[in-house]
Design a protein around this ligand. Sequence first.
Ligand code: ADP
Ligand code: MG
Length: 361
Amino acid sequence: MARIDLKNLAHSYFPDPKSDEDYALRRMEHVWEDGGAYALLGPSGCGKTTLLNIISGLLAPSEGQVLFDGKDVTNLAPEERNIAQVFQFPVIYDTMTVYENLAFPLRNRGVDPKRVDERVREIAEMLDLTGKLKQKARGLGADEKQTISLGRGLVRDDVSAILFDEPLTVIDPHLKWVLRRKLKEIHNKLRPTMVYVTHDQVEALTFADKVVVMYGGKVVQLGTPQELFENPAHTFVGYFIGSPGMNILPCNIDAGAAWIDGKRIALSDHHMNAISKASGPIELGIRPEFLRIDTDNSTEGDDGIEVNIIKVEDLGQYKIATTRFGNAELKVKIGEDQQIHGQSGILRFAPKWTKLYADSQ
Ligand code: ADP
Ligand code: MG
């Protein structure tokens, strides 16, 4: 298994790119440690597949290099890179049995038949395919075919890295949950370097030790799920991670304080220091979890903001209240036992849980 270095990597699908907009990947400079479980998370079109295909060698980058354990592999063909890749849709041989499909990547490399048999049975066991080993792949359902694809990706134990490109898209929700947990178990046991592409934050956060958040062809943050939640580096990460995402409020800085629609917002000393250096408009990020709403108006305080309550959605374990003051809209997460009365309330937050963004994405 290998450590993966991306050096000044950029890619454009245009033969003669003119501006940043023409690039699917821009200035990637990252190190992914040996044995790490990485999730590559970002919205559709942000460049995840492009990056994965460059790492596996299916695509040559316009600029920059890919290194495995310090060795430049940028110009090596996929089969010379020692990579396993699992795609969004099954890539298997319909005419072969499940056993032959799983054995294929090993037989192809001349692995000793005894070892092939051992490994195929081990992987089949992990993925609940043991009972189906003798069946032809042709007759199987989409879920089973994709499970075999996963098995083919996992069967070799000598690869530098295993790359998964949204591998559970075609899988039904329950099995998805089971397979995700299995992939995690396999990672814990064998510690391969795994890169798992998804646009689903739940998938990313449950699978990965480290999440690489991509946006507009760039990595905007690499961190643990907790770091991304507590300390999003950009407004996009704050908004994209969390359910619902972070509230992002445009503020004005005036007289050493932040103001929204003429209302002074209480901030921490740490933020006040940041503000004194900042110029121009800023954005304030507040997670819905760190807001409290008081609809009894019983404990009016200086730091409260009077808001209108637009709607309250009951999502079972918690409720989401959408509140508004002036042009600003904030979502508040409230426990299922709290009752909301009337159409207005006082909103409070702990300034230490807010984040300031001097420039927006
Ligand atoms: P993701 O996997 O995150 O959805 P992709 O890497 O597939 O994103 O795409 C990144 C950008 O590159 C998108 O704007 C997409 O339209 C463009 N793109 C992807 N593949 C090609 C291609 N073969 N030719 C031209 N443009 C492409
Ligand atoms: Mg993709």
